[in-house]
Design a protein around this ligand. Sequence first.
Ligand SMILES: [Fe+2]
Length: 202
Amino acid sequence: MLFQEMSYMAYKDAKDVAGFLYCSSSLEERTFALYRTLSDKVQNPLVKSLLLYIAYDSLKHSLIMRGIAESVSQSKPKPGDCEKKLKQVWEKVVAFHEEISKLQKLSDANLPSLAQDLAGLENSLSEEYFVLVQLKTLEYMTKEVEQLYKVDLASLKNIFELIIKDEENHRKILTSIEELFTREESVKDTTPTVRYQHPEAW
Ligand SMILES: [Fe+2]
């Protein structure tokens, strides 16, 4: 909550909000690249496709955020600004991608901890975007955008709520991957013990 309030305090005008949207768009583009790399390296076909699903959602977010940013202000952030603006979550995505790129493949045994880390990342993204549905932020955007098109505050709010909802769904998908493979592991672990204790059940 404190973090969200701090983000909220940081926006002084429409240009400032547009800067955040440009940076969020770049971040989602990197997130797309991260999930696509992950999907390439994962062996399990179901998990592979779920990761690709999240990848394309992230690309979709990147495109819509860029579109809104360009409608609000043409002045783009300078190189290096986004790393500063979105420091923690930006670093997380970059470090994650570097780590994954070094690996040749990801087996089922890697999936629970991988999914858990990614769910944490999705949580950080939602926290960042929460500022976009706050009234003051929307007012800054609407003032600029409605001069160009007939876009009102409610329709902008709907778009950002959809993005936040998508992040929530990503978290749910990742949590179910984590649970599925944790359960599979524990079933494998207990089977020999059960067989040993109950030889009549062989
Ligand atoms: Fe996401």
